[in-house]
Design a binder for this molecule. Sequence first.
Ligand SMILES: C[S@@+](CC[C@H](N)C(=O)[O-])C[C@H]1O[C@@H](n2cnc3c(N)ncnc32)[C@H](O)[C@@H]1O
Length: 348
Amino acid sequence: MSTSFTMIGGEGPESYRQHSKYQGGLLEAATEKINEAISTKLNIDLASNLVNIADFGCSTGPNTFRAVQTIIDAVEHKYQQENNLEEIEFQVFFNDSSNNDFNTLFKTLPPARKYFATGVPASFFGRVLPRSSLHVGVSSYSLHFLSKIPKKIKDCDSHAWNKDIHCTGFSKEVVRAYLDQYKIDMESFLTARAQELVSGGLLFLLGSCLPNGVQMSETLNGMMIDCIGSSLNDIAKQGLIDQEKLDTFKLPIYVAYAGEIKQIIEDNVYYTIERFDIISQENEEIPLDPEFLTVSFKVTVGGIVASHFGQHVMEKTFEVVKTKTQEMLPQLANAKPGMQYLIVLKRI
Ligand SMILES: C[S@@+](CC[C@H](N)C(=O)[O-])C[C@H]1O[C@@H](n2cnc3c(N)ncnc32)[C@H](O)[C@@H]1O
């Protein structure tokens, strides 16, 4: 059984909607490249004048609205110039897990949009759209979420048992268990999208990856997740949660190396790789402010913490995280930079 893990919904000060500028920054940086790929690589039959676009792992916005609008503008530009078409119609499929806050997503749809909007609540590791119906797909900052936590890392008797709450990078067995699951999931994602995409259609993948030789726990993101782990330990020592319950808590997140992602895509026979661009991200771009950092991580992993320990423990944990983040600022300032990628795939 796979589990799904969603962002904190709503429009309040501690919602993903209010705290996803960092993720949106990559989309902004990649816009020119997306335009160029649509202009030069998209090769679809527009006999019906209908273009289907999907965002896989859309969350609540606003990044998803920017992503689909960027694609729509680029497609309109390309086909109106090339074919002088009167009007192309756009259908946008917003996909996320069924427990995503789709109400907020649909309440905040841009009023001036020129597309028909549809929600697709289902796991993107399986088929979510009809065969050969999709022209352009995008998935941003979603593919580091695994479909499930590898069994071995939760089993205290296994060599791959993970004493930490995520893949810090320092235990080979733990890395292997996470990577094996990541490969299975990526393969499922790519194969499902290949069935949905028309020949000549494009798939844009954006997200974070690790530079060679850098362990997750040496990056700012890794240090912050370690901080959540050590805050949970403090809470266990205070008796608010059982140590046993904490020992089985693991995050279903794997940030891969660029080479690992490339290998998985190359092994998949359905696509040509049109672009595989790495964008270096300096830590200075993430404000080293304890409040900002704490809320940013609360909106992304707080839901997973709450589903394991309950809302009260989650709130307490992030109070401790905030205090610890303040103490950790010199260490965070010296974190090794992670990397971000834009991958453009064309369906053969
Ligand atoms: C960090 S958010 C990214 C949201 C948005 N794409 C952005 O760039 O801001 C990751 C999203 O992926 C979704 N997600 C994770 N696993 C999923 C799955 N198996 N199927 C569908 N959505 C999934 C989460 O629910 C979450 O909304």
